[in-house]
Write a protein of this length. Structure first.
Length: 663
C-alpha cells in the first residue's frame, strides 16, 4: 500500500431510493417526504454519525437532517419537498469521537470504575469542538468544558457529561469536511404538482359535443358540457387532438380505407391546409375560442389535458416545408405509419434519425411551449414508445426547467421495461396494463409490483378501464356490473385514474367485430351521438366514487396499498391508509359481473391501525355501517345490486364519560 493512501474507515453503501445507480431521479409531489435509507458501517467499535444532505437545485445552500440508526448498520432520515422542480440529495458520515467517548463513559460508570481521566478526555473533545461552534453555542460549550475540568465531584461532572443537552450541542459542531466520508453520488428527485399524484381524468371528443347529431361540435359546445363533467367529480378533461385533419388517405367510418363525403377522419392524422400542430381545427373554433374554453374549464375545477401526437398527415405543412424530417421510401414517396399487417396511410411518422434532427427537435419543443403559453399544463403523449428515449428525456427536461408544473402522461401500452424507461426519463404518469388484469391473482401481483417495489419511486400509474382504442372483452360481456366493478377498481387501486366517456358511463359495449377491442362506430372516425340523460347512465355513481376519493386522503396515493386474504378468488380485498391511520379505506370487489359471491376476509388489524377491540366499517357507497369484532369477517356481494364495498374503517373511541363512539 502506498504511504499516502488514505485509510477509509467509514463505508456508505446501498443508499435508497436510488434508481439505476443514480442515473434517473425519483418522483415526489409538493409536500411529500423523501425517506432515505443507507447502510453505513465501520471497522472496530467507534460510534458513527451522519447527515442526509439536500437542497433545491436552484439553491446553493445544502440543508441537513441527522441520520438515525435503526438496525444493524442501517440508517435513515427524511426531508420534505416544498417546491416544484428538482431537488438533489446525498449522504455523509464520520467517526464520532464524542459519541464513542460518551458511550464508553456510560459503561465505565456502570462498572463502578474511576472516570477522572475520562472526564478530562471529554473536556478536551468539547474544547476541540469550540473551533467549529457558533455563538451562542460556543459560550455554552466553553462553560461545559471548564466544568468538566473543575474540582466538582466526579458524580456532578459525570452527570454534566451525560447531559442530553451537551450531546445535542456537540452534534451541531460538525467535523471538518476532510473528516467526513461522502457518498460519491448526488441523487435527484423531481417534484411535481399534487395533480401528478392524485387526479381523475375524463376523455371526450370535442367534435362530438354538438347538440345536433352529425354536426361538428365547437369549443362553445364543449363549454356547455363542462358542468356535466365537473358534476361527476373529474378534475382533468383530456381532449384528443384538436388540430386540422388531413384529407389525403383520410380514414372512413370504422377505420375504412374509403372515406365518404362528410366523414371527419381521425384526429390523430394531424395537419392540413389550415395548419399543423399549433393550429386548431377551424370547425372547432379559433385559438381565442380555445383559450376561452381553457379558462371556463378552470372555473369549473377542470384542467385541460391536451393530446401530444408527434406525427403528421400527408397534408401537414411540415411535409411540404421539411420533407427531410420524414423517412423516404426507395420510390421517392414518404413512409407512412404501419404495424404490419395494419397500415395507417393517413399518418406519416417523423424521422428522428434524419440529418436535420436538431431542427426537428427544436420545432417540437416549440410546439409544446406554444400550448403552454395558451394555458395548457397537462399533456397526454400519444405512443411515446415509438420515438427515441433520448428525445423525450431532452424535451421533458427542457420544458420542466422553465415550467416545472407541467405534467406529461405516457400513453405507452408496450413492454414493461419500455414503459418503465419512459417513466424514469421524465414522464409524470403512465398508462398501465390495468384494463387487461381481471383475475384476483394477476391484479395482486401487478399492483404489488407498482406500489411496493422500487417501481413506486419513478412510475406513477394512471388506470383506465377503457379508452377509444380499448374495449376489453370483460366490458363487452359483463354488462353494467362489469363497468361498475372496473370503475371502483380503477378509482381505489390507483390515485390517478380515467375513463373515456360518455362511452363508459353509458356502458357502451359493442365491438367492431367479434374478438376485436375496437368500438363499433368508433368516435375516432366519426361523430359520436350520446344520450347523456339515459336512465342507465353511471354518472351519479361516478360522482359518488369521485367524492369518496376526494374526501378520503388514504386514496390520494398508492404506496400504502396492501392486499388481504379472501377465501374466494372471485373476491378481492385491499386497503389504503394515511401515515397516521387517521383515514383507512378497505375495498372489497366482486370480480365476477354475473354471479353473487361470498367469502371470509382475514384482516391484519395492526396493519390497519386497529387492535382487537370492535371496530366499525362504514360503506361509503351505501352508507350502511357494520360492527366487526374480529379480524375474520363475512362478505357477500351481488353484482346486480352493487359489486363492491368501499369501507371507511372507524376505530372505537371511549370517552372520559365511558361513552363509546367510532371515528
Amino acid at each position: 500500500m502506498p504511504e499516502n493512501t488514505l485509510i477509509e474507515r467509514v463505508i456508505i453503501d446501498r443508499v435508497r431510493p436510488e434508481i439505476d445507480a443514480g442515473r434517473f431521479p425519483i418522483k415526489r409531489t409538493v409536500g411529500e417526504k423523501v425517506k432515505v435509507r443507507a447502510d453505513i458501517l465501520t471497522d472496530g467499535h467507534d460510534a458513527l454519525s451522519g447527515l442526509l444532505l439536500f437542497r433545491h437545485e436552484r439553491s446553493a445552500r445544502w440543508r441537513a437532517a441527522h441520520l438515525q440508526g435503526f438496525a444493524n448498520d442501517k440508517w435513515k432520515a427524511s426531508f420534505k419537498v416544498t417546491e416544484l422542480g428538482r431537488y438533489v440529495y446525498t449522504v455523509c458520515a464520520w467517526l464520532d469521537r464524542f459519541k464513542s467517548w460518551r458511550r464508553d463513559l456510560v459503561k465505565r460508570l456502570g462498572a463502578g470504575q474511576d472516570v477522572a481521566v475520562d472526564l478530562l478526555t471529554g473536556a478536551a473533545l468539547v474544547e476541540e469542538a469550540l473551533t467549529r461552534a457558533t455563538d451562542p453555542n460556543r459560550t455554552w460549550l466553553a462553560d461545559c468544558a471548564h466544568a468538566l475540568r473543575s474540582n466538582q465531584s466526579p458524580e456532578n461532572r459525570a452527570r454534566l457529561a451525560l447531559n442530553p443537552a451537551l450531546l445535542a450541542r456537540m452534534e451541531r459542531c460538525l467535523p471538518d469536511r476532510a473528516q467526513m466520508t461522502f457518498y460519491p453520488k448526488t441523487l435527484a428527485v423531481v417534484v411535481d404538482p399534487m395533480k401528478a399524484r392524485f387526479s381523475a381524468w375524463y376523455e371526450m371528443f370535442p367534435r362530438s359535443c354538438s347538440p345536433t347529431p352529425g354536426v361538428h361540435g365547437t369549443f362553445s359546445d364543449c363549454e356547455a358540457r363542462l358542468p356535466y363533467i365537473a358534476d361527476m367529480g373529474f378534475d382533468v378533461l383530456y381532449l384528443p387532438p384538436i388540430h386540422p385533419i388531413g384529407i389525403t388517405h383520410r380514414k372512413g367510418r370504422n377505420n375504412s380505407p374509403v372515406c365518404e363525403p362528410g366523414d371527419p377522419g381521425s384526429p390523430w392524422a394531424i395537419g392540413a391546409a389550415d395548419g399543423g400542430h399549433t393550429a386548431v381545427h377551424p370547425e372547432l373554433g379559433t385559438l381565442d375560442d380555445f383559450r376561452r374554453f381553457v379558462g371556463r374549464a378552470r372555473s369549473h375545477g377542470l384542467d385541460i389535458a391536451m393530446d401530444l401526437a408527434f406525427q403528421c398527415s400527408p397534408d401537414h405543412p411540415y411535409v411540404r416545408e421539411h420533407p427531410e424530417w420524414f423517412r423516404q421510401r426507395p420510390d421517392g414517396s414518404i413512409q407512412y405509419a404501419e404495424n404490419p399487417p395494419k397500415k395507417y396511410e393517413d399518418i406519416y411518422p417523423l424521422h428522428f434519425e434524419c440529418a436535420e434532427r436538431r431542427a426537428l427537435m427544436d420545432e417540437l419543443k416549440r410546439v409544446v411551449l406554444f400550448w403552454v403559453e395558451q394555458g395548457i399544463r397537462i399533456f397526454r403523449v400519444d405512443n411515446p414508445h415509438t420515438k427515441p428515449f433520448t428525445f423525450w428525456e431532452w424535451l421533458i427536461g427542457e420544458v420542466k426547467r422553465s415550467h416545472p408544473e407541467v405534467i406529461f402522461l405516457a400513453e405507452a401500452f408496450t413492454r414493461p421495461k419500455v414503459m418503465y424507461r419512459l417513466a424514469k426519463l421524465g414522464f409524470s404518469q403512465s398508462y398501465t396494463y390495468f384494463a387487461w388484469r381481471n383475475a384476483a391473482w394477476e391484479i395482486k401481483k401487478y399492483f404489488t409490483e407498482l406500489s411496493q417495489t422500487e417501481v413506486a419511486e419513478f412510475f406513477r400509474p394512471n388506470l383506465w378501464p377503457n379508452t377509444p382504442d380499448i374495449l376489453t372483452e370483460h366490458l363487452q360481456a359483463g354488462g353494467p356490473a362489469a363497468f361498475v366493478g372496473r370503475l371502483i377498481l380503477a378509482a381505489t387501486l390507483g390515485a390517478n385514474y380515467g375513463i373515456y366517456g360518455p362511452a363508459f358511463e353509458l356502458c357502451e359495449d359493442r365491438p367492431r367485430s367479434p374478438g376485436s377491442e375496437e368500438y363499433l362506430n368508433s368516435e375516432k372516425f366519426e361523430f359520436g351521438s350520446w344520450d347523456l340523460d339515459s336512465p342507465g347512465s353511471l354518472k351519479d355513481l361516478i360522482a359518488r366514487v369521485n367524492r369518496i376519493r376526494r374526501e378520503n386522503p388514504a386514496l390520494h396515493g398508492d404506496r400504502s396499498l396492501r392486499f388481504h386474504p379472501v377465501d374466494n378468488e372471485q373476491l378481492i380485498c385491499y386497503s389504503k391508509h394515511t401515515p397516521d391511520f387517521s383515514n383507512v379505506i378497505l375495498t372489497v370487489v366482486n370480480l365476477d359481473p354475473h354471479h353473487t359471491h361470498s367469502g371470509w376476509l382475514d384482516l391484519p388489524l395492526p396493519e390497519l391501525g386497529l387492535d382487537t377491540e370492535p371496530f366499525q366499517v362504514h360503506d361509503l357507497l351505501s352508507e350502511a355501517r357494520y360492527q366487526w369484532y374480529s379480524p375474520r369477517n363475512f362478505i357477500e356481494l351481488n353484482p346486480q345490486v352493487m359489486p363492491a364495498h368501499i369501507f371507511r374503517v372507524r376505530k372505537k373511541i371511549r370517552t372520559e364519560h365511558d361513552f363509546d363512539y367510532f371515528m
